[in-house]
Design a protein. Structure first.
Length: 327
């Protein structure tokens, strides 16, 4: 565990969690987050309820007697980006670092300390943030057909800088507030929605930070277990996740130079992948390999997302319309 000189010299840290309809897992996460080994006057917990229909607020309030009671805020604009931006808005005025994580993680009491330690090292003033390890955890077991599909980041085995193509995830990342204010917050035309498994807001933000000349480090010791329940391991969920992730990637790239060349190549390539993967999946079904069938069909869904969203976004850009995944 890293040791710090004194409480007064420590940065003020905001642990920020956006949550939607996961009260049970939020309770598990808060059980360890509220007990971090960090001076109580130098950190806070901000929970943004993204209009959950369950007892999320009651769960947060049940921790009022915890060593570090979480602060509750309601954000009615639904979407993970809206929730995270609201957390940034509500963080303490003297906040130096925001530590983003999810509502379905499990960890240790030294997690916060491990996350910020690299940011305090001399010579790391240009370090924008630190990414911790995230290890998939399957409380309901992992179906055989999904084995090998979930892995930790494994960026490196020691503490140190990330390569440019190794992007942090908001499931476990600490960022300097000054950097976020300089490059902008999360794009609200990207991110998870109640009815869509869209994403891309993480990668977009991290790329903007890199483009601004900053760097990231990785700390394998700041590890979290990321809970993946059985409801997110079904064939239907996997297909929807792959399709929506591809759609998000198209929207993310729509604002970058060279989009038309990029999207044309994807549409042409994945137009072949859709029927090919579906055909291989059908063959696997016929020869009684249902697991392989599901894998190939989820690949077909991924390819279909690139094709249909690529065509749709290109048409909307040409006509001057908005290019988000909500329309």
């Amino acid at each position: 565990m890293p040791e710090f000189a004194s409480s007064a010299s420590l940065p003020f840290v905001t642990v920020a969690i956006g949550t939607y309809k996961r009260a049970h897992w939020l309770r598990e996460a808060l059980a360890f987050i509220t007990r971090q080994d960090y001076p109580l006057d130098r950190w806070e917990i901000v929970i943004v309820d993204n209009n959950s229909p369950d007892d999320t607020r009651a769960v947060v309030e049940s921790f009022s007697g915890a060593p570090q009671p979480p602060k509750y805020f309601l954000e009615t604009n639904q979407g993970s980006s809206f929730a995270r931006n609201r957390a940034l808005k509500e963080m303490a005025p003297n906040g130096d670092i925001v530590l983003f994580t999810d509502d379905d993680v499990l960890g240790k009491t030294d997690w916060l300390r491990q996350m910020i330690e690299p940011l305090l090292r001399p010579g790391n003033e240009n370090l924008a943030g630190v990414c911790g390890e995230t290890i998939p955890h399957f409380p309901d077991g992992l179906p055989a057909w999904l084995e090998g599909q979930f892995r930790p980041f494994g960026y490196r085995t020691d503490i140190g800088p990330l390569k440019r193509n190794q992007l942090p995830s908001t499931a476990n990342v600490a960022l300097r507030r000054t950097v976020l204010d300089k490059v902008g917050w999360f794009r609200t035309d990207l991110g998870r929605l109640p009815n869509r498994l869209t994403a891309g807001e993480d990668n977009d933000l991290m790329r903007r930070i890199l483009d601004a000349g900053f760097t990231f480090w990785f700390n394998p010791h700041a590890d979290l277990l990321h809970v993946v329940p059985g409801s997110r391991l079904t064939f239907k969920y996997a297909c929807k996740l792959q399709y929506d992730a591809s759609c998000s990637r198209v929207v993310e790239r729509a604002g970058h130079p060279g989009f038309y060349a990029w999207v044309t190549s994807r549409v042409l390539l994945y137009s072949l992948h859709v029927p090919l993967c579906a055909l291989v999946g059908a063959v696997c079904f016929v020869v009684f390999q249902p697991g392989q069938c599901k894998r190939w069909l989820t690949r077909s869904a991924r390819a279909a997302g690139y094709v249909f969203e690529g065509v749709r976004i290109a048409k909307r850009k040409i006509s001057g319309q908005s290019v988000d995944v909500y329309s």
